[in-house]
Design a binder for this molecule. Structure first.
Ligand SMILES: CC(C)(COP(=O)(O)OP(=O)(O)OC[C@H]1O[C@@H](n2cnc3c(N)ncnc32)[C@H](O)[C@@H]1OP(=O)(O)O)[C@@H](O)C(=O)NCCC(=O)NCCS
Length: 178
């Protein structure tokens, strides 16, 4: 399948059927899902893939499936998505990243996100891009900082507000003019 975005080591693309099984496995890994309300069931992951594909068809961007270019191994997702859940920061476009554990700690999330962010500003003419994560998700916050995003504040995410582990989320933002 054609890549929408490539970096030195990674290819970002629309979703394909062979992503389903490894993505389901990621959603059932408690370490990967530590900062989410719970594990994702197979049905939830399939529904998410459907939503991400529809978003790609409509807008040209999505949380893209990410492959290593050397092995063509699917390692997770990174990309841009329109968000409309209720908060002081939405509606907006945010960046998301979720990789399988074996791919962590090698700079892949930052590399993919940097390229997706550039495409967001240049190709998709976005004025600003947000990123959000639950309290304590230091790895995700570190990616935001390495992308040159700046801290905007904390907020209560409506989808996880009843989970005492996540009393708040934090928001970062980058402007096209930054
Ligand atoms: C967040 C995630 C995508 C990062 O992927 P990654 O490819 O390992 O990220 P990078 O290697 O580009 O950068 C991670 C940075 O966080 C740092 N880091 C990782 N874990 C950390 C921890 N527990 N405490 C402090 N820093 C940490 C790394 O050292 C690195 O920073 P550095 O380059 O300055 O050393 C990955 O951890 C993941 O998939 N987590 C589970 C899903 C998730 O929580 N997604 C985000 C939801 S908002």
């Amino acid at each position: 399948m054609e890549y929408v975005i490539t970096t030195k080591r990674l290819g970002l693309r629309n979703w394909k059927p062979s992503d389903e099984q490894p993505f389901i496995e990621m959603g059932m890994d408690p370490e990967v899902m530590r900062y989410f309300p719970g594990l994702a069931s197979a049905e939830e992951t399939k529904a998410l893939i459907g939503r991400l594909k529809t978003h790609y068809d409509e807008f040209g961007y999505t949380y893209f499936a990410v492959d290593r270019l050397d092995t063509h191994e699917f390692i997770g997702f990174t990309g841009l998505l329109n968000q409309d859940w209720e908060s002081e920061f939405t509606p907006c476009v945010d960046m998301g990243w979720r990789l399988k554990r074996s791919a962590w700690g090698q700079g892949y999330a930052t590399e993919a996100a940097k390229a997706a962010m550039e495409a967001g500003f240049t190709d998709f003419k976005l004025d600003e891009i947000f990123a959000f994560a639950a309290k304590g998700n230091v790895a995700s916050e570190q990616v935001m900082k390495k992308l040159g995003m700046t801290y905007q504040g904390n907020f209560v995410h409506p989808r996880i507000k009843d989970d005492p582990r996540f009393p708040y989320c934090f928001a970062y933002k980058k402007l096209s003019t930054d």
